[in-house]
Design a protein around this ligand. Structure first.
Ligand SMILES: [Zn+2]
Ligand SMILES: [Zn+2]
Length: 276
């Protein structure tokens, strides 16, 4: 099939015993793309049958900790599992190089231990960072990836990625409120993956810091409205805030179905959807 998506992690910053942090795997022909690197990403990749060496590239939507926290694990595991030196490609908004440089500094001692211990490990991990702006078009192992602007202010810049392959299109939005850039990202896509929050449940939790998240995420309803406006095929929801309690899927789905008549996917980690 042209494009297959696996929700590696459907969680959020809020700890959950069974939902890893935000991360989505996209397979499109020869391309295997990892969008964001939340908590536990390597474990979920292993469950999906992918090791870091098998990645074409890592794509970061933004530099919030819940979306990048285990990038350091991807970097290290890619390095120690590569039989020969090979670069890990990391694509993200401006600021990505600074994050990677910081992770490399954090890992410097570990890297020196391993280089000293393993005769065949000669150099530090090679991480090839590309900082991209909206409008950029990339060819990643035959898949076309375009970069679109999203709106998660005050977090900026933030981007989403549209992956196209053999006539199918998947829109991978990170955290964002509805905006023109998001509509362009999703326009006519077969799959639209959106991180969401349940505004009604968040409002019921008397915690000021939690209330702050209401103004810079799409709610379930807003994601469905974007899906309808952009004419997407299937709406895929992830990054459930608060953590979705198993059994409540239909309740979440009903909120979206009031605004979008197409298929709506909500599920546990490793839920897989295909397009085309
Ligand atoms: Zn965020
Ligand atoms: Zn997030």
């Amino acid at each position: 099939m042209p494009i297959q998506i696996t929700l590696l992690g459907t969680g959020s910053p809020l700890p959950s015993p069974d939902r890893a942090g935000p991360a989505t795997l996209v397979r499109a022909g020869a391309a295997t793309l990892l969008v964001d690197c939340g908590r536990g990403v390597i474990m979920r990749m292993a469950a999906a049958g992918v090791v870091p060496v098998g990645l074409t590239a890592v794509l970061l939507t933004h530099l919030h900790s819940d979306h990048i926290t285990d990038l350091n694990d991807v970097i290290t595991t890619h390095w120690v599992m590569s039989p020969a030196p090979v670069a890990l490609r990391v694509i993200g908004p401006p600021g990505t190089q600074r994050v990677v440089d910081g992770m490399m500094e954090m890992l410097a001692l570990d890297q020196s231990y391993r280089i000293e211990h393993h005769a065949d490990l000669s150099g530090r991990p090679a991480v090839e960072v590309s900082e991209v702006e909206p409008g950029a078009v990339l060819d990643l192992a035959g898949a076309s990836v375009t970069v679109h602007q999203t709106d998660h202010r005050p977090v900026a810049p933030t981007v989403g990625y549209r992956v196209e392959h053999e006539g199918a299109a998947a829109a991978l939005a990170g955290d964002t409120v509805p905006c023109a850039g998001l509509d362009a990202l999703c326009s006519g896509a077969d799959l639209y993956v959106q991180t969401v929050i349940r505004a009604d449940l968040v409002r019921a939790i008397p915690n000021p810091r939690l209330q702050d998240i209401l103004d810079y995420h799409s709610t379930v309803e807003q994601a469905a409205q974007t899906a309808a406006r952009a004419g997407v095929g299937t709406l895929v929801l992830t990054h459930y805030v608060p953590p979705l309690v198993p059994g409540d899927e239909d309740q979440w789905r009903a909120l979206a179905a009031a605004h979008f008549s197409g298929p709506i996917v909500i599920g546990p980690d490793l839920t897989t959807v295909s397009a085309g």
